[in-house]
Design a protein around this ligand. Structure first.
Ligand code: SF4
Length: 377
């Protein structure tokens, strides 16, 4: 393990490893085929700092207005000691939750509300509840859980843990995207459930570490969102089993990173060579060359979850890869890897291989329609 850690440290350079949160863990499942990301996450490389140094930072993923709306909605759901939340839980779980203790761990009765202290309080509260023989019904607000990622503990902060409802712990995710006529944006739901899967794994890890059955943590996530275009909250139960399995696979991959490290040339490093004023001094050409030793798998969706998206997009464009056009186009043009190949098949300047005849005919038809429309415009 120490040899592995030495190799990961060398990859990152002499700076502290960048930690994970539930969002970055959720992102692990979004592009499992990307070696570059797997290596950087295992080594705790600051991907955002690299993108900034190369002049290709990712724009802020969420606007300050969206963040404010999210915070307001969460406050509304949790107001009055979780009264509204309890009403929703009664509704969605069909339980007689007339009474439930509400414990806010953001105020733990001590001056020191650091992550470590809140985690210690969370741990005690959860273990007490798990060992209790009575029917404890408690909402734990602002808890801090811990999950082992690549051999290191990572702190995670779920919105709420509702626990010991009939002996089962539930994770509650509060999100401000709307559910309209029972339908929500599937990408946003998937991201929220993957995030909740990280909390479920952390809670299971805690119970297991004390010899308590991990199955006491439900695989169902309670998702609270606004109904239609109002701010009225509604609750739905979402099965997170697939996301839990995907995240577990990716976490295992981080602890079995040696085969990916072996694909890199010796002495490869993503070190930004900070000077004493903490300014990166690494030669950008050299850094780009180092990055290119790690295989990528760029798709336009990378922009939603990875700080290196604009770096990788630029590389994919320079290499003329079909991937920059998205997975639908890539699937439609199966077997054609480069945009110029597709264009030359379309205008007839390239002779298709025998297995490309149908594809070439379709591209030529599309090209002819487009030419006709342009000429008659
Ligand atoms: S942006 Fe680049 S490094 Fe990040 S997941 Fe996509 S291809 Fe991998």
């Amino acid at each position: 393990m120490s040899l592995l850690n030495d190799r990961l440290d060398a990859l990152r350079g002499p700076v502290p490893a960048k930690g994970h949160d539930a969002r970055t863990l959720a992102a692990l499942t979004a592009n499992p085929g990307c070696t570059r990301r797997a290596l950087m996450d295992a080594a705790g490389v600051d991907k955002d700092a690299i993108a900034v140094h190369l002049g290709k930072p990712r724009p802020l993923a969420a606007s300050s207005l969206a963040l404010r709306n999210g915070a307001i909605f969460e406050q509304k759901v949790k107001a009055d000691g979780g009264a509204e939340l309890l009403r929703l839980l009664r509704e969605v779980l069909g339980l007689p939750l007339n009474e439930a203790a509400h414990t806010d761990l953001a105020a733990v009765g001590t001056q020191d509300a650091s992550l470590q202290v809140r985690h210690a309080y969370t741990r005690t509260a959860i273990l007490e509840a798990a060992r209790s023989t009575g029917s404890v019904r408690t909402l734990l607000d602002h808890p801090i859980l811990q999950l082992t990622v690549a051999g290191h503990p990572v702190y995670l902060e779920p919105d709420v843990v509702a626990f010991q409802i009939d002996g089962v712990f539930h994770i509650i995710e509060i999100k401000s995207f709307a559910v309209v006529d029972g339908q929500a944006n599937p990408t946003k739901v998937a991201a929220a459930v993957t995030q909740a899967a990280a909390y479920i794994l952390a809670l299971r890890e805690l119970l297991q570490s004390e010899g308590i059955d991990a199955n006491l943590v439900s695989h169902n996530v309670i998702l609270i969102t606004p109904r239609n275009f109002s701010r009225t909250p509604t609750a739905s139960i979402v099965d997170a089993r697939k996301k839990i399995a995907a995240l577990t696979r990716q976490l295992n991959r981080l602890t079995h990173i040696e085969p990916l490290l072996d694909t890199l040339p010796r002495h490869t490093t993503f070190d930004l060579a900070y000077d004493q004023d903490e300014r990166p001094t690494r030669d950008t050409k050299e850094l780009n060359e180092a990055l290119q030793t790690a295989r990528t798998h760029y798709t336009p969706t990378c922009r939603h979850f990875c700080d290196l998206a604009y770096v990788c997009r630029s590389e994919a464009r320079d290499e003329d890869l079909i991937d920059v056009l998205g997975s639908d186009v890539r699937d439609d043009l199966g077997g054609v890897d480069h945009i110029t190949t597709a264009l030359s098949l379309a205008d007839g300047t390239r002779t298709p291989a025998p297995d490309q005849a149908d594809l070439a005919a379709a591209l030529q038809h599309a090209h002819a329609v487009r030419t006709h429309l342009r000429e008659s415009a």
